[in-house]
Design a protein around this ligand. Sequence first.
Ligand code: ADP
Length: 260
Amino acid sequence: IPRMQRGLPQKRNIKDVKKVIAVSSAKGGVGKSTIAVNLALSFARRGYRAGILDTDIFGPSIPTLLNLSGEPRLSNNNQLLPLSNYGLKSMSMGYLIPESSPVAWRGLMVMKALQQLLHEVDWDGLDILVLDLPPGTGDVQLTITQQLVLDGAVIVSTPQDLSLKDAVKGVELFKKVNVPILGLVCNMSGFICPSCNTSHEVFGPLHKIREMCAKHDIRLLGDIPLDAKICEDADRGKPTVVAEPEGQKAKIFGDITREV
Ligand code: ADP
């Protein structure tokens, strides 16, 4: 039955953007924004016109991760102009409100801000836009999945049971609205101890995530180790793919973009 007849609004495209991919996680703090920004940068490194849209209204991370700040300028037709660094265009609520002021908005204000981020940005022609979703399956995710044409979703999880169980719920949400699941990225998969040089599975064994993926017919796109350098890079606004473009981790991100 067509969406209109079911009383659902027609899904909308993001203007001037060829492909839109959502990066999602069930829990906060599993590295979703880190993965999203590194994927977007890997697309840019491969020659695509790439952008990242931070849809986390309450805790935007993209300005810090890309070392960008300041208010976006407006185009002639009053659209927000993205801020760019490392060859990547970006837009985030973090550019629109001062860092020090906590956002204590009610639902309606949040939805208004979200609509502005989704439909009032002048991307000026992108091959690929990565959406960094807030964690969980709340209002913002529902609005995005129900109202927007998404070409696919990438799920981020650690190998921990707690994170994996909820990741499955996120997968179900995308399946329900017919958004293809491109695959899962396992973050913080293992820690190579600098003293003894052996790998420790801090958040649980990788085979669990493989089993979960097989059970739910999800492709495991790759795994990123727990590494203090990733954390440092993030804090100084130089994501791993930029900080160590020829390093092993940049290669993993590059491989994932190829899979996607
Ligand atoms: P989320 O978007 O899921 O809330 P973030 O991307 O903000 O997660 O990451 C949470 C914290 O973990 C950040 O401090 C980030 O730098 C760090 N982090 C993410 N992935 C890794 C990793 N593989 N190794 C070490 N630290 C990581």
